[in-house]
Design a protein around this ligand. Sequence first.
Ligand SMILES: Nc1ncnc2c1ncn2[C@@H]1O[C@H](COP(=O)(O)OP(=O)(O)OP(=O)(O)O)[C@@H](O)[C@H]1O
Ligand SMILES: [Mg+2]
Length: 266
Amino acid sequence: MVRLRTAKRAAAAAASQEAGPTAALALESVTRRYRRGGRDVNALDDVSLTLRRGRFLAVMGRSGSGKTTFLQCAAGLDRPTSGTVRIGETDLSRLGEAGLTRLRRDRIGFVFQALNLVPSLTVAENTALPLLLGGDRPEDPAVRERALAVLAAVGLADRADDSPLTLSGGQQQRVAIARALVTDPAVIFADEPTGALDPVTARDVLTLLRDAVDREGHTVVMVTHDPVAASWTDEAVFIEAGRIVNRMDRPEPDAVARTLAALGER
Ligand SMILES: Nc1ncnc2c1ncn2[C@@H]1O[C@H](COP(=O)(O)OP(=O)(O)OP(=O)(O)O)[C@@H](O)[C@H]1O
Ligand SMILES: [Mg+2]
């Protein structure tokens, strides 16, 4: 069940991206409404967005603008009130709870600011967790091999048998990225993955995500407040009061900072 992405598969994915219309992620008129204090609030309001495979997207906006709600709806962690979300060709609204759980496990990678590593498991076991939850057996040598391969990609193969408690915050974040990569997912979602890191460690983490896109053809959606982090991506969208109010290709830190400041003035 362990799936390794070979150079050949990456090439095939790139070719199919050029040939086929299927996006890695597509939202169509997605609204997520919450009932709060006796009234309805649209945390997401009629959001449409298409992301091709092999692209790195930044989702930006002020606190409370709807970024996490966007990520949760896009990743199948929350259900929109209306509208559709597709991962590849799969329409998430057509999946029941079991189907959604499977989709999240097999086809989506998650990296959060709070790392969610399991302290009683080793670094390698934490990395392999999505495979084990998918039914792979821990004693299967291919499982450890795959975990070691992605740990090597994030520069932590030598810490495979240590407890995550013995790692620094930045190293733990790299394990979280290795774990997100282990199933070779269709889309990786990251919510403020560099929020708790110093600038140098943050750069290491951004390099890893950028490499996952450039070398492996992965698709990454990253929520961030940081204009410098956004400048590592291919495209930024800006959310205000649940709506996408601006987009930017090849975002530069200064232009992103100006756009964010302008949001504050709206
Ligand atoms: N479970 C919920 N119930 C009610 N309202 C919610 C819920 N989750 C989010 N909201 C509201 O939806 C809006 C968007 O919240 P969201 O968490 O998506 O913002 P965010 O952009 O991620 O903010 P931050 O940058 O602070 O993380 C906010 O007004 C928030 O209060
Ligand atoms: Mg948030």
